[in-house]
Ligand binder design. Structure first.
Ligand SMILES: [Zn+2]
Length: 322
């Protein structure tokens, strides 16, 4: 069996991983698969739309991928993943990893999951970009035979992430049950700390397989950061999808599950949705910073709140635009 190269976007939710995944999906040699840990539930069982716009069962790409893997009970696989990847199991998973043991014990469904990635690689001949984010699922992929795991750790300022969780809707206004869940800011900050901490612990010790990118740096220099990610995990891209500074040209992908913004196509501005800088309350800023403090510093974010920008420049997201 030839190796299947997977570029796994790891970290916490609301960190800009959907946009980065969609951008990578525009490059030769990369396939944006979306959040594959949800494929069994949201794609196969619930038949939700693929990134290309049609229902999962009607997407010809996924039809030919699924035809290559053994028949499986999607609801059972989804339930098994939920159990194995639950937060409660994380401390034991990390201890096994630290001892050098497989982070997750082998499971009968792993053969089908491995077959899915092999079929994707066979169908596309590309690096499979999986934006599932959850560190335990990435650890599971690392145990699958034939998978070469490259981890892209995407981090974003936890104050921006917490603010984003508090908003009702996704970037394009579409409702989604995942986006509708709104944890309090302390909980959003704690999740940010736990998932980013787990990502560091699992992979940061292997620099040849681990790359960390801050979403804010991607927004400031999307072409340079995209090229860096591509060179880390696969072929150097001949062409990049940035027709002008601050914008990206997006074609539809076949990504399953994830933020509704993955459906955006055409020329799309790349912005650091900076509304939180003006609108996050002082109390929320303090709470999030206190909870997330150890990694706020490590990732190079300020602990003290910078002075608020002048009102005139408030919502203008990217000075390069226009
Ligand atoms: Zn599709």
């Amino acid at each position: 069996m030839s190796a299947v190269r997977v570029l796994y976007l790891a970290g916490s939710g609301r960190s800009g991983s959907t946009l980065i995944t969609t951008v990578l999906g525009q490059l030769d040699g990369f396939f944006a698969a979306g959040e594959l840990r949800y494929l069994w539930q949201r794609g196969v069982a619930e038949n939700r739309p693929c990134g290309c716009g049609v229902r999962f069962a009607d997407c010809p790409f996924w039809a030919s991928v699924m035809a290559e893997i053994p028949a499986a009970a999607p609801a059972r696989i989804a339930a098994g993943l939920r159990t194995r990847l639950r937060m409660r199991a994380l401390p034991a998973l990390l201890r096994r990893h630290d001892r050098g043991a497989p982070a997750l014990a082998a499971h009968p469904d792993d053969a089908v999951i491995a077959a899915l990635y092999a079929a994707l690689a066979g169908e596309t001949g590309a690096v499979i970009v999986d934006s599932s984010k959850l560190p335990p699922y990435g650890a599971l992929l690392g145990t699958l035979p034939g998978v070469e795991l490259y981890v892209l750790h995407v981090v974003r300022d936890p104050r921006a992430t917490a603010f984003s969780w508090r908003r009702r809707r996704g970037l394009d206004g579409a409702a989604d049950d995942r986006l509708m869940s709104r944890p309090p800011v302390w909980k959003a900050a704690l999740l940010w700390l736990v998932w980013n901490g787990a990502t560091l612990r699992l992979w940061a010790g292997r620099p040849e397989r681990y790359l960390r990118v801050r979403y804010e740096d991607f927004v400031a220099a999307p072409a340079a950061v995209t090229r860096r990610i591509a060179r880390f995990a696969g072929p150097d891209p001949a062409e990049l999808p940035f027709p002008a500074p601050g914008v990206v040209r997006l074609a539809a992908t076949h990504s399953v599950a994830g933020n509704p913004s993955r459906h955006r196509v055409g020329t799309v501005p790349i912005t650091d949705d900076a509304e939180w800088r003006a609108r996050l309350s002082g109390r929320a800023y303090t709470v999030v910073t206190a909870v997330a403090a150890p990694l706020v510093r490590r990732f190079g974010y300020p602990v003290r709140r910078p002075r608020r920008p002048a009102a005139a420049s408030g919502r203008r997201p990217n000075p390069q635009e226009g």
